[in-house]
Design a protein around this ligand. Sequence first.
Ligand code: GSH
Length: 264
Amino acid sequence: MIELYHNGMSTCSQKVRITLAEKGREFKSHHFNLRARDQHNPDYIALNPNGVVPTIVHEGKVIYESAVIDEYLDTVFPNPSLRPQAPYERAKMRIWVKQLDEGLHAASATISACIAFRYQFMEGKTSKQLKKTLDGYVDPNKRARMTENVLRGVDSAFFKPAIQRIVKMLDDMEATLSDGLWLAGNSYSLADVAFTPYVNRVVHLQQDWLLDNRPQIRDWFERICARPSFKTALVDWFIADFISLMREKGLENREGVKSIVGEN
Ligand SMILES: N[C@@H](CCC(=O)N[C@@H](CS)C(=O)NCC(=O)O)C(=O)O
């Protein structure tokens, strides 16, 4: 049995749950409350020194980093395969996936925090309690970024570059999907798995107008949503309060995002 330490709304956890669902694998859930900082508990840091979700434990072995977990799962449960067999397509799949760890995940997290999640961080906290929460981030870069994002919201210095990075993601996806149905060749792969939560986040934050002139992504996302794994791995784990907060604040900030995108 696989044990999964995760959170319903966490994009990185969603990547791993999609892979598990595509492979028809059940798991024992350890569902973390990220706002209560379950992920910073010393017992968990002993499993994952980065203090983030997801982590899996399989046959007594601990594995973290969602991209690494997904490749591990595809190796130990090879059917159906989620990695292209051809070396070039497999390389393309990895190039998609690695971008997430090179700033794209951080951009998505920044937008989510600046527009919506900052309100959850601040709710009912004194400034001292808020500081303690933000100081809990293990990675100093993330600590600095999230402190600015939570305190300053859409006025954070990280907000505009994050929007620009997400727009680039959408442009890259649109261009690739104009040549084929999936991101890395002719079949659904870990690249499609990995990007599903990030396109879904754009939608949850009410910025799906960004898809209006990107018909290939719309078509891709419709096919993604029609897969049973979308319900099992994402919809069934959505947290209603998070969705309604993203909807309310996303709508409030639509014009602001439009003006940043229009500057390009
Ligand atoms: N590179 C890591 C990133 C993991 C990550 O940032 N997880 C977020 C949720 S998507 C998290 O745990 N955030 C809470 C925190 O940093 O305290 C991965 O892909 O697993």
